[in-house]
Ligand binder design. Sequence first.
Ligand code: ZN
Length: 399
Amino acid sequence: MRILRSVALIDRAGSFDLVLEGERVRDISAAADAAAPRWLAMPSLVNLHAHANRAYAAPARRPSSLGDAVASAKRERASATTEDIRARASKLLRRSIEHGVSSVRTHTDIDVVTGMRAIDGVLAAASEVTSALDVEIVAFASAAADPSHPETRALFSEAVGRGASLIGAVPALCAHPARALDALLDTAMALDVPVDVHLDEHLDAPGALIHRLVEATEARGLQGRVTVSHACVLSALPCADVRRLLDRMAAAGIVLVVLPELNLYLQARGDGAPRVRGLAPVIEALKSGVPVRFGTDNVRDWFFPFGDGDMLETGFVGALASQVDAAEELGALICGGRRRIEVGDLADLLLVPASCFDDALARRPAGRVLLRRGEEVGAAARGAMAAVSGQAGLVDAAD
Ligand SMILES: [Zn+2]
């Protein structure tokens, strides 16, 4: 049994002692020592949308638009080796752990040029960190692969055979977007895997495919098996239309992943100052009961020159962009839907050297400690725990 003493929590003011037993949280009570907390305990962070195989490729120039970034990424794909990709992915996954992320879903390129190199590179990187991080791989038919083509379906099948657990695509970049979307869903059914699709990453209302996604999900009985990433166009559709769509998405269990940094950076880019935020409406989506999550999306690549895989940073930017800033609601967006730590939870927790959630968001300090199933992971985390234990008695061991 271990006790985390005098910690702050997301969902209530004060100072608390958390008792961990084995893999789980056994008790939460008012702290025996009433000193102001110096550590925040919160659910571990979850990044539901990354591109680890491209991370830290750090190109020299900024993209002029989303289309320009897509073209740059396409040019680069032919030259990246499996080892290049493993090294990039490994850096992102290790940085994620240092930030306190316990799960990353990463969209991993497949196309006839890349073949399985990206899948193999990310699988190799993921195998290095299995005790600390859950890595979900989406076999991602990017700009160079159309899901309605037989060769792309073969690539999906091969990637799933190697360990990808979802499939995804960007229908808007295909010759017939609606056909590509239907083909993606049909392939998911055939392979018996869920879907995470980059959809409507634009603000052009007539070009929206979100209605079709909802209908196609219902028609195929894929409720609970579909995630839509981006859906920026929801912010450009009439309000009544959006409400109806969101209600249907909630009923169909469609998860909405919003990417605050990328949407702010790339939407309405290239023609003077942007007039819109470019994000799907998170407040309305939550109100309708749609499960909403945030993700970092690209980190230091052709699409986005900044970022470090830190979901606290994404939470901070997302709070500004979406205006969802109530602690529990915002916490759920960056912690895989967990709003608070509850008795009985698996002890997948994050300790941040901060006095409260707002302090953690404001400063995003280093020296965080990630716990998986009650055990701290990573050498740096063990050092931090030992130092803190010696100085302030954050952690006590008891039998
Ligand atoms: Zn993406």
